[in-house]
Write a protein that binds this ligand. Sequence first.
Ligand SMILES: [Zn+2]
Length: 74
Amino acid sequence: MMNCQQATLLLSQKMDRPLTLKERCSLRFHITMCDGCNRFGRQMQQLRDITHTYMQQDVEDASQEVPPHQKDSP
Ligand SMILES: [Zn+2]
């Protein structure tokens, strides 16, 4: 069974790359047993959701800065 250090490492790596089936299974197993890593995993997920939402809003704001009719005028 993996320790907390390995589990948190996988939880951060999960944001950057897809985990292998073996990694996901060991991680899930650890998280069901370990409250600390369970909480850490949820925080990482929330953080990612917030970042994702924020970046989407940013794109929408940027497109609203220049109204379409001004783009075509010389
Ligand atoms: Zn743990």
